[in-house]
Write a protein that binds this ligand. Sequence first.
Ligand code: SAH
Length: 361
Amino acid sequence: MMSETAEQVRESASEPSLRRDLRDLSFEELEKIVAESGEQPYRARQIAHWLYRRGVDSIDAMRDLPAALRAFLKHNFKISPFAVAAVHRSGDGTRKLLMRLADGEEIETVIIPADSRVTLCMSSQAGCAMRCGFCATARMGLHRNLTAGEIIGQIFAARLELAEGEEITNYVFMGMGEPLANYPRLLQTLRAMTSPWGMGISPRRITVSTVGLLPMMERLLADTSVNLAVSLHATTDEVRSRIAPINQRYPIRQLLDTCAKLPLKRRSRITFEYVMLSGVNDSPADARRLVKLLAPLRAKVNLIFFNPFEGAGFSATGRPAVEAFQAILHKGNLTATIRESRGRDIAAACGQLYAEHRSAD
Ligand code: SAH
């Protein structure tokens, strides 16, 4: 019987736009392809090396492969080019890359240097379906899921923008989209990022941020050992349902009960993100409720300044009130950091990753 992979190969061979990106294949699939083309098994590792270590954007560049294998790969697969449409540089060193995908969709990837770290903020979807009221990306709605090739391609595109000696140290899925709503592709990406056959990045340097899709959170922690960040943003169901509609499906109690049961790695903690919205979720009573809610968990809190955008309908809590909120959390023995907004002058800050540059389509 013909395997699924072989069928897919045959179906797509005639139509270049339907060819799968080599980076959308799991390592097992790569091995299968190699076997089907009659080559030695070690060729799969060679291909993965070119894809994930060298980050090549053409099959021709895989110089140590036999010509016949390269021809076979070229006939059946592609490596989508990175297509960086624009780079915006902020005064604080933040760089926002606008990437144009093959079908004209645009996504953003942000390089954020701070202290000794360089964090890459990656997108997992073009747009988002979660409808959070304070998020600019939500206004686009969901255009489509990104493929693994498109997610991982952001890393190589970003590397080309790095200065001499600069290196990405941390990877966060806090750009456009809800990563856990694109789980199969996210998992494929995380495997390629962390496996020895892939990029060999430590999972401790990777953080997946979610609005709280509970079943997928459990799967993520079962399948990987990356860090988890949960966008909480409120201490009552009334407020959270209003600003993050997913709460109607998975209310706060259920969310936190699920978090309590997650198999966290030794010493690791869940980060709870909390965007401070003036008069909405930023009162001292909120801070005290947050302490109570998170006390039973291995948690830390990341307080985030709201980044306003046109028509948002929210305003940011001022620094003194954010610091007072933080002080109450500290008094309650809860670790809380304040996320300084970066790249604000280029609209690269959280929630502002909105594809404004859409070409006339
Ligand atoms: N969908 C995922 C990941 C993308 S959002 C999630 O919800 O976690 C990444 C972080 O940016 C989230 O904590 C989100 O709530 C926050 N964010 C969104 N819009 C923002 C805004 N306008 N100002 C500040 N932070 C924002």
